[in-house]
Design a protein around this ligand. Structure first.
Ligand code: SF4
Ligand code: SF4
Length: 92
């Protein structure tokens, strides 16, 4: 089980979520973040930190964003870890 970052994360201007993650499992893609499901411990600390409600436990992931489960797993290992709040992500 893991938490998933879904579509509302696109072009985030906050990255508030990464600061609270105790296992540093957020990875910075070009326009959104991904959670490595092999590292996430389901602590839920990040969920209330996200101002746009982009993070879901995989059991609660809305159907319309179901594909984000595999996307997080696939993309997280390809990007650098992000552990500190940063300037807005570059938009596309
Ligand atoms: S706070 Fe985190 S999960 Fe929420 S939109 Fe920003 S980067 Fe994405
Ligand atoms: S649920 Fe906890 S361990 Fe998983 S990404 Fe969020 S803060 Fe990190």
């Amino acid at each position: 089980m893991a938490h998933i970052v879904a579509e509302p994360c696109f072009n985030c201007k906050y990255t508030d979520c990464v600061v609270v993650c105790p296992v540093e499992c957020f990875y910075e893609g070009e326009s959104m973040l991904f959670i490595n499901p092999d590292e996430c411990i389901d602590c839920e600390a990040c969920v209330p930190e996200c101002p746009v409600e982009a993070i879901f436990h995989e059991d609660n992931l809305p159907e319309e964003w179901a594909a984000y489960k595999d996307l997080n797993k696939e993309m997280a290992p390809q990007y650098p870890v992000l552990t500190e709040k940063k300037e807005p992500l570059a938009g596309k």
